[in-house]
Design a binder for this molecule. Sequence first.
Ligand SMILES: Nc1ncnc2c1ncn2[C@@H]1O[C@H](COP(=O)(O)OP(=O)(O)OP(=O)(O)O)[C@@H](O)[C@H]1O
Ligand SMILES: [Mg+2]
Length: 315
Amino acid sequence: MPSLEAVNLTKNYGKFVALSNLSLKIEGSKCVGFLGPNGAGKTTTLKLFTDMIRPSQGKALINGISVHENKRLALEHCGSLIESPEIYPSFTPKEALSMIAEIRGVPHDVREKRIEEAIAEVKMEDWKDKKVGKFSKGMKQRINIASSLLSEPDILLLDEPTTGLDPRGMSEVRDIVKSLKKRNRLIFMSSHLLPEVSDVCDEVAMIDHGKLLVYDTLSNVTTKFSGDGNSSIVEIGLARALDDSFPIGSISSITGVVSVDKMDSRNLRIKFSGGLEKQETLLSDLAAMKIGMISFRASGSALEDTYLNLIKDTL
Ligand SMILES: Nc1ncnc2c1ncn2[C@@H]1O[C@H](COP(=O)(O)OP(=O)(O)OP(=O)(O)O)[C@@H](O)[C@H]1O
Ligand SMILES: [Mg+2]
């Protein structure tokens, strides 16, 4: 199973902390959006993962192998698109990819096949012998993505693959990224656009000022951050672990309660409508049930603030 792991990963430039103590483990085949405003530390993180820069502290592991100690082995099945140079305009995609395959040491006997497959994956078959100079930015970016596929990676690191493209180019590239997910790959894609991440990704890691704010599934983050207009969420803690006798049904039937979810054996997340007034009656209703509730806290609002602070810089 493909995996990416950062352990206390830190990058300082003099006194400036570009990435602070990032610990994150991503495993399995899925697409994870790495969301944060300009200067958050996204590119820094991706460069650390590909050993383009060295950490000040901590380490980055790909499939369990330290990229700083064993770069070649760690990056063998990892493709990346980070600050790639423009393709020379008089090259065709096939010529450009042949040259890149040569530089990267793709074995001769599989080169032709890999190039054809990579071109097919980015749906550029009809353009493979045309000069790149005539391509739109979106098409050029698809060729860049193809170049990251030449090593048949199971992990793909993409740094803002749609930035700088027009709306059509963006949507083309997003469709390609979505289709790349199908092949049991782990894709880690940075972006500063929340709608893009919600469209393309299954999970999201948010970063700002070099610090990880949250890493969770998209649906959990969306519930936490946005609610749905007029519903709110509280999290309650229990003195004892939940068992079969616990009256989840009775909680669900309290007026205004939308859903009750188990976070773990001692914590429940309750979604309800009716605002702060309802929050007060919910607290007293739950207390009256004598279910061993030892904590009651509003969820979402703190995170929503974090999120709004996070994106306001990019607006
Ligand atoms: N070589 C460097 N020397 C000094 N500071 C740097 C260097 N590289 C990056 N930084 C700083 O580190 C911070 C994080 O930069 P990074 O490029 O990782 O941000 P980012 O999240 O990719 O932003 P963007 O959305 O603009 O691409 C920024 O404040 C940047 O100015
Ligand atoms: Mg960047």
